[in-house]
Design a protein around this ligand. Structure first.
Ligand code: IPM
Ligand code: MG
Length: 363
């Protein structure tokens, strides 16, 4: 009997539903080729959750996610919901609780520059020639995002805003293992980010990461202050292999690293819990300005589905097949509008057409 995997499919807002349609088409083909059944259940999230069920993360959606082996997430947010209180907005109201409820502590954000797209980067050709491939491993359920106390207290001009940054040893240990583990399969280098010249959480972070590194003697560990890391990323991104960072530093550096590739619409991400459960989503946003036109780039969503196959379903071959198919299609010159540079050999295509090309490259 064919193996069955249950997927909570959360397309969300803006271009989310359009790019998700391509990802589910790719999954259908992979399912047939590998003789597995992907049972997708659609649910509302973000603005779609607010409009249809009154909340960015409705209980029905949480229940569907709980009953699944993984979450495939599109993107959330848009001008329509920007005037809501911050906690109720699509991004915060859906993403942060999903991370907490499902214990998605390990966020993997690859920043890869595809050789055929080096012209799209904001960096000089000589800095990025030959491409670069950085993996940001971001702690996702602790630190200043979630630690208590938190909030605004008092009245009028006497109000104070409070956020707390806290890390326990086990929280640092488990994310460090994820980074070292990833490095073992890559170039065997981890650069751990902190602000140990100022923050106590960072002093502890540096100490615990150093201790864990002894279990991975083949991996070269370095430490870097976050401000320097921000500088080094634009100066010479090729010096990095795996970047390990706490929640907020990772938030900032992963955006910087992604932007350096010039192809935000191309980058997937994984948020992993202990065990095999995970949530997979494109790094780019919901792009409301081009939503509904069928011109968005579905590659990040398709690669996110690929990460799901690898990390949650153990289907490494299928995941690699998707990566290869995407690279092939780019080499063949297929470009959605966001990555079209009007060079000889490029073919400007829409969302569905590039999806068709990727599917053709699969089988
Ligand atoms: C991200 C986003 C979120 C974060 C926001 C929308 C809450 O920036 O996933 O990086 O800060 O984690
Ligand atoms: Mg961010």
């Amino acid at each position: 009997m064919a193996k069955t995997f249950k997927i909570a499919v959360l397309p969300g807002d803006g271009i989310g539903p359009e790019v998700m349609a391509e990802a589910t088409r790719v999954l259908d083909v992979i399912g047939k080729n590998y003789n597995v059944i992907f049972q997708g259940k659609f649910a509302n999230v973000g603005g779609a959750g607010i409009d249809n069920e009154g909340k960015a993360l409705p209980q029905t959606t949480i229940d569907i996610c709980k009953d699944s082996d993984a979450i495939l997430f599109g993107s959330v947010g848009g001008p329509k919901w920007e005037t809501l209180p911050p906690d109720e907005q699509p991004e915060r109201g859906a993403l942060l609780p999903l991370r907490k409820i499902f214990g998605l502590y390990a966020n993997l954000r690859p920043a890869i520059i595809f050789p055929s797209l080096t012209g799209a980067s904001s960096l000089k050709e000589e800095v990025i020639s030959g491409g670069f491939n950085v993996l940001v491993v971001r702690e996702l359920t602790g630190g200043i995002y979630f630690s208590q106390p938190k909030g605004i207290e008092g009245e009028g001009r006497d109000r104070i805003g409070i956020d707390t940054m806290k890390y326990t040893v086990p929280e640092i240990e488990r994310i460090a293992h994820v980074a070292f583990h990833a490095a073992m399969k890559r170039d065997k280098k981890v650069c751990s980010i902190d602000k140990a010249n100022v923050l106590s959480t960072s002093v502890l972070w540096r100490e615990v990461v150093s201790t864990i590194s002894k279990k991975y003697p083949e991996v070269e560990l370095s430490h870097m202050y976050v401000d320097n890391a921000a500088m080094q990323l634009v100066k010479w991104p090729k010096q990095f292999d795996v970047i390990l960072a706490e929640n907020m530093f990772g938030d900032i550096l992963s955006d910087e690293a992604a932007m350096l590739t010039g192809s935000l619409g191309m980058l997937p991400s994984a948020s992993l819990a202990e065990g095999t459960f995970g949530m997979y989503e494109p790094s780019g946003g919901s792009a409301p300005d081009i939503a509904g036109q069928g011109i968005a780039n579905p590659i990040a969503q398709i690669l996110s589905a690929g990460m799901m196959l690898k990390f949650s379903f153990g289907m490494t071959d299928a995941s690699e097949e998707i990566d290869t198919a995407v690279a092939t299609v780019l080499d063949q010159g297929y470009r959605t509008r966001d990555i079209y540079q009007n060079k000889p050999g490029e073919k400007l295509v829409n969302t569905k057409e590039i999806g068709d090309a990727i599917i053709a490259a699969l089988s």
